[in-house]
Design a protein around this ligand. Structure first.
Ligand SMILES: Nc1ncnc2c1ncn2[C@@H]1O[C@H](COP(=O)(O)OP(=O)(O)OP(=O)(O)O)[C@@H](O)[C@H]1O
Ligand SMILES: [Mg+2]
Length: 284
């Protein structure tokens, strides 16, 4: 009996959060190792479906860097890097990336439908003019790496209205007719902005932003983040994450959370408990 009472208490504790987030759009950027481990994939899908069933409107945006690398290796394609260390996306790599990302999207749909029993539809940023891009301006030619220039979320709003969970891959169409690979954190941020999301979650494979002693920073504001970038403590894939976080905060998205997707139920803990996990980014 005690076990059941404890369970009921957990549900009751979540009640204020469930009430607060009724109808709220939550954009979840899904990436890193949490996308590789089959057990974790199922858990993440169930968590997203649960948010949907308690009345939130989740939108999933995904990358797939690791899986694209696996396929490039399987196809014997050598990765090419610019002198500054950034990957060059040539025509073949772009085609493979588009195929792999499409496949990942359908897999997330399968998981949401099978393990979460929630209706879901996957799209690429090329569908219905969702993500438009132009070639990224950079010191070196990075090929088909794009920067998002415009977002049209009509299709997403329609899907949410009809009760679907949209799943979006970070591929965009250029005005020049080319397909571009865009950073999934940046894409998630632009989509969250356009949808006036209440929350943006950037799910990755570390606990959040770590300080110089590798300790988790629970809360970070704009000024602190800028200092850490300058000092090189925030680097690599964490830079587009924090920059996206700050961009959406500047236009009124209430909170952005960088959370560890490899930690079971991090999404639910962050949303439905006062404890919270990961790093919460705030403006001031
Ligand atoms: N200060 C920092 N705190 C935490 N992680 C950091 C920091 N600076 C750099 N990083 C790196 O950023 C990485 C997360 O970004 P990364 O782009 O690699 O993954 P992702 O965005 O989750 O996945 P994907 O790019 O495939 O969608 C971490 O694994 C870590 O190596
Ligand atoms: Mg990344």
């Amino acid at each position: 009996m005690k076990v059941f009472q404890n369970k009921v208490e957990v549900i009751l504790d979540a009640l204020p959060y469930i009430r607060k987030f009724q109808g709220a759009v939550a954009v979840v950027k899904y990436g890193g190792s949490a996308m590789i481990d089959p057990e974790l994939k199922r858990e993440v899908a169930r968590d997203v479906a649960l948010l949907h069933y308690i009345g939130m409107k989740p939108v999933v945006v995904h990358g797939g860097g690791k899986e694209i690398n696996n396929w490039l290796a399987r196809l014997g394609k050598k990765a090419e890097f610019a002198p500054n260390g950034l990957r060059v996306t040539d025509k073949d790599t772009m085609e493979i990336a588009e195929m792999v990302l499409g496949r990942i999207g359908k897999e997330i749909v399968e998981l949401l439908q099978h393990h979460g029993e929630a209706k879901s539809v996957s799209l690429s940023g090329k569908d219905a003019g969702l993500l438009q891009a132009e070639k990224m301006r950079s010191e070196y030619d990075l090929g088909y790496v794009g920067e998002v220039t415009a977002v049209n979320t009509d299709i997403i709003s329609n899907l949410l209205e009809d009760g679907y969970i949209p799943v979006i891959s970070s591929v965009a169409l250029g005005a020049d007719g080319q397909t571009y690979n865009v950073n999934a954190d940046t894409a998630a941020c632009k989509i969250a902005k356009e949808l006036e999301a209440a929350k943006l979650y950037l799910m990755t494979d570390v606990d959040g932003i770590l300080d110089k002693n590798k300790k988790l920073i629970h809360r970070i504001n704009r000024k602190e983040a800028e200092v850490l970038i300058e000092q090189g403590i925030i680097s690599g894939g964490m830079i587009p994450k924090i920059k996206s976080a700050l961009e959406v905060l500047s236009i009124g998205v209430q909170s952005v959370h960088i959370i560890n997707g490899t930690l079971e139920h991090s999404l639910l803990l962050e949303t439905l408990t006062s404890a919270g996990v990961g790093t919460m980014a705030t403006w001031d």
